[in-house]
Design a protein around this ligand. Sequence first.
Ligand code: G3P
Ligand code: CA
Length: 257
Amino acid sequence: FSQFPENTIVQRPIVAAHRGVPSLAPENTMSSYRLAYDLEADMIETDIHRTKDGHLVTIHDSTVDRTTDGTGAVTELTLDEIQELDAGITFSKEFSGEHVPTFKEFLQEFKGKDVVLLVELKGSGLEEQVNEEIQEEGMMDKVVIQNFNLESMKKFNQIQPKLATGYLFSAAVPGSYQDKLNNAKELVDYGTISNVTLNASYGSLYSEFITYMRQRGMLSLHWTFRGEAPFADKLRAGLIGPITDYTQWLTHSPINL
Ligand code: G3P
Ligand code: CA
């Protein structure tokens, strides 16, 4: 690191590429995921919905309207109908021809590669099928499942106790924080500490939370870093796992503390 100024402390957080690298490529597309991998993200985040004919696809919204040239709810479209849509053109012409990937395609792309997949369940009742597809690919130790829905994560722990699960929460309003932390603790008690992550929003990074996680040696991932200042303060306070739209800033730049 000799090119960095003398007072620079280089600290490399655990970087989770949020929907791939949506600052450089269309979110939740294979191009975006591959770019995240090429940029050496530690984790690649994605979102899962199920199509009308029962296929799992990686897309954030419950409709295709924002990210493709089509319209309609994912649950009302078949896989063929969804994959005919262009998932790159709304980002830029350069990416025209991208499609909405299946979850299988996403898994298979990174099978055997040195990256962890952070899979957020968006639709409801997806736990069994998501688990089955991960088993089929033999990628149990390469995936963390996460959800804002605590019951879904408990269910996942029941179906597949060996798979790591994460409880997503936001408690940016201090008054709501204790409730969320209690939920989080409930999941920790329910699963095993070693395979549960608690994934708080940026505004929820209270010192009590950081202390709780550190005392247990647990990983916490925080969403979504989009360049908010002061990032260095968050790192000093104990942030270790930003989920970010800007993987390129965090894996290839020094962070000056
Ligand atoms: O990884 C957590 C984060 O993605 C949750 O928010 O809306 O981007 O899925 P959202
Ligand atoms: Ca997500």
